[in-house]
Design a protein around this ligand. Structure first.
Ligand SMILES: Nc1ncnc2c1ncn2[C@@H]1O[C@H](COP(=O)(O)OP(=O)(O)OP(=O)(O)O)[C@@H](O)[C@H]1O
Ligand SMILES: [Mg+2]
Length: 158
């Protein structure tokens, strides 16, 4: 996975946070700069802060952060604010890509008005090709987290 990130993605920023609020604010700043139609894959261990980061993304698009909770039973939760659709996926319980296809993952991806955020994005390696951004959160102990932001590299870009 690391190798893949190094080859196909470019590190665009690193941020260390000490509170959930700092993590959320950082996510709001990041998401304020992106347009709908983008897919953001999040990587990090249990309790790293993926859901909190997604609360910040949602907030940037006008969705209440209290609405953002991990999809405990399903794989996806859908939110809407004005003309923006926000799809929150959690791949933790996914077995294979087939299960995702049955859910209509391709249709979700094809929606240019939608913002898609995916927890446990590294669960299905085949899905990496769809992520415009990858957010990697590392637990540094206590409340400290290190967030690394990656952007997909397009051809002719270095
Ligand atoms: N700096 C920080 N940034 C984010 N979360 C933090 C931070 N410090 C402490 N926390 C705590 O870490 C936990 C992060 O939980 P969160 O649900 O966002 O993680 P997750 O990566 O989505 O986990 P899961 O894999 O179970 O879905 C929360 O309990 C939160 O209060
Ligand atoms: Mg979560």
């Amino acid at each position: 996975m690391e190798t893949f990130l190094r080859k196909k993605y470019k590190l665009i920023g690193t941020k260390k946070t000490k509170t959930t609020k700092e993590t959320e604010t950082f996510a709001v700043d990041f998401a304020s700069k992106i347009k709908p139609g983008k897919v953001i894959g999040l990587i990090g261990n249990l309790g790293a802060g993926k859901t909190h980061f997604i609360k910040g993304i949602a907030k940037a698009f006008g969705i209440k952060k209290s609405e953002i909770i991990s999809p405990t039973f399903g794989i996806v939760r859908e939110h809407v604010y004005k003309n923006v659709l926000f799809y929150h996926f959690d791949f933790y319980r996914l077995k294979d890509i087939k299960e995702l296809e049955v859910l209509g993952f391709r249709e979700y991806l094809a929606n240019e008005e939608a913002v898609i955020a995916i927890e446990w994005a590294d669960k299905l390696k085949e899905c990496f090709e769809y992520y415009d951004f990858v957010v990697k959160i590392e637990h540094l102990g206590g409340n400290k987290r290190e967030i690394k932001m990656y952007k997909k590299q397009h051809k002719n870009e270095n």
